[in-house]
Design a binder for this molecule. Structure first.
Ligand code: AMP
Ligand code: ZN
Length: 467
């Protein structure tokens, strides 16, 4: 059996295969670059990374697109308040986002695309919707007339029977006929950035950005559309109305939504003010791998309560696995092979894969690795682990890290590479042998300063980076 994913559209776990060949065409709603991303945002992007890594591990080719929303109400408000041009304002946060993604070890997407560079595609899509009679104009703004799209609500499974057409329940300052209607094009307000279009000067609504960019790069029907759970309604519902309204074809076969990161039981969000950014956590001394591990360790459809204790536990978990990897490399294992441990490794690999195939159940996948590591560590202590078992143990760790990507230590800026550390450790061993203890102590101190801890064992010195 292959990968099964929970599809928000059908409310079912479904076997996933791309519609054509081996290529997965997928779109993920990216950040709105009006501020630094918080780790709630990063939970959704971590889920997106785990999904893509697992699809890759299962030999699919990825055509995955992520957008950067670089024109939007909050962006305009903040950049105007600061007196900086919108483009200058968004560039700094886009750069910060890309840095955060690199620290979080996210695979770069196949295409990372900016909304402001796709205005003609948005205009063309709005024109198609106009030609199909699905829009109306009020005071220079263009709206989607949802009454003309009977399938509205099919993703969020909302019943709109209770909402009266004509009721104006929305707080949006733009006028509309029906509470469900939403703006495709906003007429220009004084001093705001704008584009000239056949329907007047203005700027795009948020929802049309994703429809236009997804269609341009991936065609009318995507294999997967992903995002945070709060985007399901109205954003994704509106994307469906726009894209299907234009093409008459299903917009996405699978809709995947990541649950929220919580703090004390409420959603981490800028408006509540209970946020941590990645930068803040790094300044407090936590490693980005620990953040990544914590966010990845809870299956994406479960809520995850954030705490610093949880983050510390994540760092400890990574240390345990790194120590195990170190033992594989540096302990002296007796010759031969323990057949039972080979079977144990094969079972761990199979269980890991089964967990990931089951709607990316990272908790099950982790348990498969931990049980194996615990038992194998005990076998090592008891002398039952042999040189012939090293390779299968490495395979278990490699499979784990193909998805979790936390075992390799980052070389900090100005830091030492593994080879440089190896050379210093060898020099120190030599110095000790020739009883030059001042030099050996000096090297130990130098390494410690660079965050490298030395440990002398009966098999010689070994080292690790502090996490
Ligand atoms: P934004 O930059 O606000 O457009 O959000 C970027 C992504 O983060 C969207 O997919 C949101 O659904 C997601 N998101 C926002 N807050 C949280 C949270 N507390 N937990 C998980 N995902 C979130
Ligand atoms: Zn979107």
């Amino acid at each position: 059996m292959g990968i099964r994913l929970y599809n928000s559209l059908t409310l079912q776990l479904e076997e996933f295969v791309p519609s054509e060949n081996n290529t997965v065409r997928m779109y993920t709603c990216g950040p709105t670059v009006y501020s630094y991303a918080h780790i709630g945002n990063l939970r959704t992007f971590t889920f997106n990374d785990i999904l893509r890594r697992w699809l890759r591990a299962r030999n699919f080719v990825l055509h995955d697109v992520m957008n950067i929303t670089d024109v939007e109400d909050k962006i305009i408000r903040n950049s105007m308040a600061k007196g900086v041009p919108m483009g200058e304002y968004t560039t700094q946060y886009e750069k910060a986002f890309i840095e955060d993604c690199a620290r979080m070890r996210f695979l770069p997407p196949w295409r990372l695309v900016r909304a402001t560079e796709h205005i003609p595609e948005m205009v063309a899509m709005i024109e198609t919707l106009q030609a199909k009679g699905l829009t109306y104009e009020t005071e220079g703004s263009v709206y989607y007339r949802i009454g003309k799209f009977p399938e509205y609500g099919k993703l969020s499974h909302n019943d709109f029977g209770g909402i009266r057409a004509g009721a104006r329940v929305d707080v949006d300052e733009y006028d509309k006929d029906d509470a469900r209607d939403f703006v495709l094009w906003k007429s220009r307000k004084e001093n705001e950035p704008y584009w000239d279009t056949p329907f007047g000067k203005g700027r795009p609504g948020w929802h049309i950005e994703c429809s236009a960019m997804a269609t341009k790069y991936l065609g009318n029907t995507l294999d997967i559309h992903a995002g945070g759970i709060d985007l399901m309604f109205p954003h994704h519902e509106n994307e469906i109305a726009q894209s299907e309204g234009c093409s008459g074809q299903p917009f996405a076969r699978f809709w995947l939504h990541c649950e929220h990161l919580l703090v004390d039981s409420s959603k981490m969000s800028k408006s509540v003010g209970n946020i941590y950014t990645l930068r803040e956590l790094l300044e407090m001394g936590y490693a980005p791998e620990a953040v990544r591990y914590l966010l990845a360790s809870v299956p994406y459809r479960k809520k995850l309560n954030f705490s610093l204790d949880g983050l510390k536990a994540a760092a400890t978990a990574i240390d345990r696995l790194r120590n195990f990897a170190l033992r594989l490399d540096t302990d002296k294992h007796p010759e031969g092979v323990n057949a039972a441990l080979e079977e144990r490794a094969a079972k761990s690999l199979a269980d890991f894969d089964a967990g990931m195939d089951d709607d990316l159940n990272t908790a099950e996948a982790l348990a498969a690795v931990y049980e194996y590591v615990r038992e194998t560590n005990s076998a090592m202590d008891a002398g039952g682990f042999h040189a012939g078992n090293v390779e299968s143990a490495r395979r278990v760790l490699a499979r784990f890290d193909e998805v979790f990507e936390v075992l390799k230590t980052a070389v900090a800026e100005g830091g030492m590479s593994d080879a440089e550390i190896d050379a210093l450790v060898a020099e120190r061993s030599q110095a000790k042998k020739s009883k030059n203890f001042s030099r050996s102590d000096e090297i130990r101190a130098q390494l410690l300063e660079m965050g490298v801890v030395l440990e002398d064992t009966k098999d010689g010195a070994r080292w690790k980076r502090k996490s």
